[in-house]
Design a protein around this ligand. Structure first.
Ligand code: CTP
Ligand code: MG
Length: 240
């Protein structure tokens, strides 16, 4: 079965602060998106990478990726993204050729995921799982609050519940899917407002099973400025 990776990379990176769209911001001089494309292309199983880029930067992104030295098996396609992640993923799925049967969805904002994690996700899908999510146990205890009360007024938020930490997992990407299942999940869900931030959640909404495999610390998402410091440090350690 031929495997493709769809990389949603069209976000603006508001939480990172002012600057270029997040996927085009650099880590050790290389745009985050380039790290992410290389991370997907590193898997022998991946023969197509669909980059869903910032709509205003499609030409620049094509230029950036045209000159990359990637394995011969790897084809890269760039399409413009949408208003939220869910819409961007759907636009990426629309660009897949017919012979793709396994699809990874990987955030450009997780540029440092190791190839072993990518391969473990693909293997689980090839072994028959329809939706596979890499995830890690939490270190922080998590509380559910009622954000409608308190926060807006600058008051403390009331706690609603404390889920048992040992049962919780923080999910990462690449998430892996049987193509038909993922397309069906995106076809049935409305993409209003923020949309879904997690493709596997849409598959759960279909009532289809989703399984978790071990994630990796280096697959963390670059979201806030401190994450850039960590990402640079990881790259420096790899070079050492
Ligand atoms: N994404 C996308 N299209 C959007 C919004 C997000 O392709 N309209 C992508 C981002 O580029 C990122 C991934 O979804 O690779 C995860 O999103 P997130 O970390 O929230 O990135 P941003 O939306 O760019 O950041 P922020 O929410 O801080 O603006
Ligand atoms: Mg976002």
């Amino acid at each position: 079965p031929r495997t493709a990776a769809v990389i949603p990379a069209a976000g603006r990176g508001l939480r990172l602060g002012p600057g270029a769209p997040k996927a085009l911001r650099t880590l050790s001089g290389t745009p985050m998106l380039v790290h992410a494309v290389r991370a997907m292309a590193a898997s022998n199983a991946v023969s197509l990478v669909v980059v869903v880029g910032p709509p205003d930067d499609t030409v620049a992104v094509r230029g950036l990726l045209a000159d990359l030295a990637l394995p011969d098996r790897t084809e890269v396609v760039v399409v413009p993204g949408g208003e939220n992640r869910q819409e961007s993923v759907r636009l990426g799925l629309d660009a897949l050729p017919d012979d793709i049967s396994v699809v990874l969805v990987h955030d450009a904002a997780r540029p440092l995921v190791p190839v072993d994690t990518v391969d473990a996700v693909i293997e689980a899908v090839r072994d028959g799982a329809r939706a596979v999510v890499p995830a890690l146990p939490l270190t922080d205890t998590v509380k559910e609050v009622d954000p409608r009360e308190g926060a807006a007024k600058g008051e403390p938020e009331p706690v609603v519940a404390t889920p048992e930490r040992s049962r919780l997992r923080a999910v990462q990407t690449p998430q892996g899917f049987d193509r038909e299942t993922l397309v069906r999940a995106h076809g049935t869900a409305p993409a209003e407002g923020e949309g879904a931030t997690d493709c596997a959640g849409l598959v759960e909404s279909l009532g289809e099973p989703v399984v978790v495999v071990p994630g990796h610390e280096e697959a963390f998402k670059v979201t806030r400025p401190l994450d850039l410091v960590l990402a640079e440090a990881v790259l420096a350690r790899r070079r050492a």
